[in-house]
Design a protein around this ligand. Structure first.
Ligand SMILES: [Zn+2]
Length: 267
């Protein structure tokens, strides 16, 4: 028995060391007006670095937050352009005719990889402003970061069959719906921000494990820092994510942790 214990211990240490070191590409960060009034860009970047976040897809209401964070840490921030010019436009943007011109203007002044995160559900995705935004993304070769249900995602691919969509929170849809959508749409990727039920006590739910094995290239992690409170939870949140990633085969864990996002945004 005494010969077995050291082997088990070393295996355990190796696994834990892997989890602790695993770099994270956080694909769901916001640095909005109400946050930057409470927390400087320097403080926000320090939080991301302490959590071992190597890169972050950042969008903010308004967009100046993203640009401030990007100036503070250009090597860390991957900018996405929010259609919201102030906090609280989650629903009103869909009927605001000035949104497309606003996006075009910002796109002419700085480099972004995505439009979003935006919110649209069901038939909201057939409204003229929404269709126009999908066209702008197509013209500028940008991803769409959509907090949407599966209906709205289907509409996006009807507007542009070649659209590339990052599905925020995997739509909060159950795993079988997520899988059905991934099988149907090759240009659909999921961020797993705030999907607490993926794992319990660090053990990945068997259905989610099967999804990760079937589509190791389509899932990414994120925190969703929509408030100063959420920023204070980044380190703990990222630690909990590392814990369940450590329950997956290392090559799948690395992809979900950072390699999938790196592959998307290096194109
Ligand atoms: Zn969000």
């Amino acid at each position: 028995m005494s010969r077995i214990a050291p082997i088990a211990l070393s295996a355990c240490l190796t696994a834990n060391a892997f989890a602790a070191d695993l770099p994270i590409f956080d694909t769901h960060v916001h640095y909005g007006l109400d946050v930057w009034e409470a927390m400087s860009p320097k403080e926000a970047v320090a939080i991301l670095r302490r959590a071992g976040i190597r890169a972050a897809l950042v969008s903010s209401a308004d967009d100046d937050g993203t640009l401030m964070l990007s100036r503070e840490a250009p090597e860390l921030v991957v900018p996405a352009l929010s259609p919201y010019r102030k906090p609280g436009e989650l629903a009103s943007w869909l009927s605001d005719d000035s949104v497309p011109a606003y996006l075009e203007e910002r796109l002419s002044k700085a480099r972004y990889v995505a439009i979003g995160e935006f919110h649209a559900y069901g038939d909201e995705a057939v409204l003229p402003v929404f269709k126009r935004v999908v066209q702008i993304a197509k013209t500028h070769r940008l991803y769409l970061h959509a907090d949407s249900d599966d209906d709205a995602i289907e509409h996006i691919f009807r507007h542009d069959p070649d659209a590339r969509v990052i599905w925020a929170h995997a739509g909060f849809e159950p795993v079988d719906r997520v899988l059905a959508m991934l099988r149907k749409h090759r240009n659909l990727w999921c961020d797993l921000a705030m999907r607490g039920r993926i794992a319990r006590g660090g053990k990945v739910n068997p259905e989610w494990r099967a999804a990760f094995v079937e589509f190791p290239d389509r899932f990414m992690v994120g925190t969703d820092t929509f408030s100063a409170e959420r920023w204070r939870e980044v380190e703990a949140d990222t630690g909990a994510v590392r814990k369940w990633l450590n329950d997956l085969p290392p090559e799948i864990a690395e992809r979900i942790a950072h390699k999938n996002a790196e592959a998307l945004f290096s194109q």
